[in-house]
Write a protein that binds this ligand. Structure first.
Ligand code: DX5
Ligand code: ZN
Length: 213
């Protein structure tokens, strides 16, 4: 079954406990977007917020790093309880080395690319990754419009994962909602990140259930 990873970026930060309850009770994974204002033109949150979520989280925490030099901070995210850590391919000099380090801490390693980076640029690194996060909007902000070219990118990536005989999950992030979740799953996505669709809804549980299919 498709796993749903609500992005806390769209939650009400004054009542983060409510968002945490929604993920614990109805979803599969916490998606935590860390932005540094350098790799992307926005700043979100960091260690104190993730440590607070970790105290109540009953589901795995997936940290999506949108920061330069992710190798400087990745281990601290592992120490505060991340089960999955992803970073952008073009944010670091040595993606393979960082993927291997993340795995060595007992954490699932993920590579991310924005919509303008060819999927083929991931291929040399797939053997060191446990998942790939395909952005279906440009990283930096919630609430953007889903980019339709994502379906073909998922299929291309899926075919290469199979060709290499690897066990890698495909996660999709940006503009995901009940209107595209079924098509994304059919194309080969196994984890769907959704911020606005879940937390701006009056019935997050129903949205999550429908997206799961
Ligand atoms: C954007 C983040 C996303 C974002 C998704 O840079 O990586 O995780 O929160 O938000 P929605 O689902 O609103 O597009
Ligand atoms: Zn994200």
């Amino acid at each position: 079954m498709t796993k749903i990873a609500p992005s806390l970026l769209a939650a009400d930060f004054l009542h983060l406990d409510k968002a945490v309850d929604i993920v614990n009770n109805y979803a599969d994974i916490f998606h935590l977007d860390v932005m540094d204002g350098v790799f992307v033109p926005n700043i979100s949150f960091g260690f104190p917020v993730i440590e607070a979520v970790a105290k109540k989280a009953e589901k795995p925490m997936d940290v999506h790093l949108m920061i330069v030099e992710p190798e400087k901070y990745a281990e601290r995210f592992a120490k505060v309880g991340a089960s999955m850590i992803s970073f952008h391919l073009n944010a670091t000099e040595d993606p393979a080395g960082l993927l291997q380090s993340i795995r060595s801490w007992g954490v699932k390693s993920g590579l991310v690319i924005n919509p303008d980076i060819p999927v083929e640029s991931l291929f040399p690194y797939l053997k060191d990754a446990d998942y790939v996060l395909l952005m279906s909007v440009f990283a930096g902000f919630g609430g953007q419009k889903f980019i339709e070219a994502t379906y073909d990118r998922i299929r291309t990536l899926k075919a290469e994962i199979e060709r290499q005989g690897l066990n890698i999950m495909i996660e999709v992030d940006g503009g995901v909602s009940v209107s595209n979740s079924k098509a994304l799953t059919e194309a080969g996505a196994e984890i769907l990140v959704a911020g606005s669709a879940v937390f701006k809804s009056s019935d997050p549980a129903a949205v999550i259930a429908e997206m799961r299919g």
